[in-house]
Design a protein around this ligand. Structure first.
Ligand code: MG
Ligand code: MG
Length: 279
């Protein structure tokens, strides 16, 4: 790898083009796995069934699930239902019902390089306000990805995410404490990517930097707490929440959304941003 940049307390890994290409392979494994999970989600399905599908999907591609065993996490994916924000543990007794929201977070490793992506889905038909919560959250992720431009600064992304959420017709909560992160030979690297803040601060965005951008948005108050299982994060007020995440590499030619099948081209075009045309 090209090396590590040390700037104050930050250790930021800068990848070569070949290394980013390997991250693309990991990203596509995650993307295909999430698509299989989206096809499988429905009323009566348990979150442990989804976990089994995810592990089979990742291993069938010769990749390794990155969450399993991570700090003792017992499963391949995180499944967070309704008021659960992130880090929900798949369970046989957790049966999805029509009207639920489920957030699925998935990570895979190819040749030592990581991909990390998440999405929220409605189970069966969900109320219009929950559709809107999902739409606002996903859109804010794309706004952040569109700001992942070489020459900018880290908090340009944070500010773009926040601005997008605040521009919604209704007020939403932005979850603090959890956020995006650098990614490469480890799933979680510096820098931390806040989902709010003023632009123009933090490390310079340079080619070879890869980031996971992952807003978590609540329909109510953004305060969270962790359950006694030591993992599941829920909203304190029980309000619904949504979570979307993509891994993006900053290149000379624009952002390359490694966990999106089209590299982010279709969605980022709406922001007037051209993506790197590599694969
Ligand atoms: Mg993730
Ligand atoms: Mg992540």
């Amino acid at each position: 790898m090209r090396g590590w940049r040390r700037r104050r307390y930050r250790m930021i890994q800068i990848k070569t083009a070949d290394e980013v290409a390997l991250m693309r392979e990991a990203g596509l494994v995650v993307s295909r796995t999430l698509q299989r999970l989206a096809d499988a989600v429905g009323p009566g399905v348990t979150t442990s069934q989804l976990d089994a599908i995810a592990e089979e999907s990742i291993r069938a591609e010769g990749a390794v699930p990155s969450f399993k065993g991570y700090r003792g996490f017992p499963a391949t994916i995180c499944t967070s239902v309704n008021e659960e924000v992130v880090h929900g543990i798949p369970a046989r007794r957790r049966v999805l019902r029509a009207g639920d929201l489920i957030s699925i977070d998935c990570g895979a490793i190819v040749d030592g390089w990581h991909g990390d992506s998440a999405l929220t889905l409605g189970v069966g038909g969900v109320r219009p306000e929950l559709h809107e919560l999902m739409r606002v959250t996903e859109e804010s992720m794309w706004a952040g990805l569109a700001a992942a431009i070489a020459g900018g600064r880290l908090t340009d992304i944070s500010a773009a995410v926040e601005r997008s959420i605040r521009s919604a017709p209704k007020a939403y909560g932005i979850v603090d404490h959890y956020g995006g992160h650098g990614i490469g030979t480890e799933m979680h690297q510096d820098p931390h990517v806040l989902n709010y803040g003023r632009p123009g601060r933090g490390p310079r965005l340079v080619p070879g930097l890869a980031l996971a951008i992952e807003p978590m948005v609540t329909a109510g108050d953004p305060a969270t707490r962790e359950l006694d299982d030591g993992w599941t994060v829920v909203t304190r007020d029980g309000s619904h929440t949504a979570h979307f995440e993509h891994t993006v590499a900053i290149t000379e030619d624009g952002p390359w959304v490694l966990t999106a099948t089209d590299g982010g081209a279709a969605k980022l075009a709406e922001y007037g941003v051209k993506v790197a045309q590599r694969a």
